[in-house]
Design a protein around this ligand. Structure first.
Ligand SMILES: Nc1nc2c(c(=O)[nH]1)N=C([C@H](O)[C@@H](O)CO)CN2
Length: 122
């Protein structure tokens, strides 16, 4: 099997303005993000390999927080779309992004409601 490298951010929560109903406008609500980035892999990483041989996984947190800004996203699909495009723009070596978003305010019991968007670089 060929080598592959995935950077991951799991269960990161951030407040985002989102929702299709009027009661959801005006205040942000918590979204939980799990992001997986497929990055072009090097043949070898020796102990002195610098960070620029890979991608800083802190960039995934940025894409799910500050990069979203304060705008209102009707659908969480649009939030996931923004995360994907931010990560593709940051680095040409990003080949595929998967973004899972759970809308925490909707849970009444133990259920989780949300989406997963998987996008390949076009
Ligand atoms: N596929 C989606 N379905 C729904 C979304 C969404 O963003 N994507 N949003 C809503 C509402 O905002 C809901 O979360 C509030 O009750 C409903 N369905």
């Amino acid at each position: 099997m060929a080598d592959s490298l995935h950077l991951e951010l799991v269960d990161f929560t951030h407040m985002v303005h989102t929702g299709i109903y009027s009661e959801e406008t005006g205040q942000p609500q918590p979204l939980r993000f799990t992001v997986r980035v497929k990055l072009k892999v090097e043949r070898h990483y020796d102990p002195d390999t610098p960070l620029d041989a890979s991608k800083n996984y802190m960039d995934l947190k940025f894409a799910c927080s500050e990069a979203l800004g304060d705008r209102h996203y009707k659908l969480i699909e649009a939030v996931a779309d923004h995360v994907c495009e931010t990560l593709f723009l940051q680095d040409q070596r990003v080949e595929e992004v998967s973004v899972k978003i759970e809308k925490l305010a909707l849970s009444e019991g133990d259920e989780l409601i949300g989406i997963t968007l998987v996008r390949e670089r076009k």
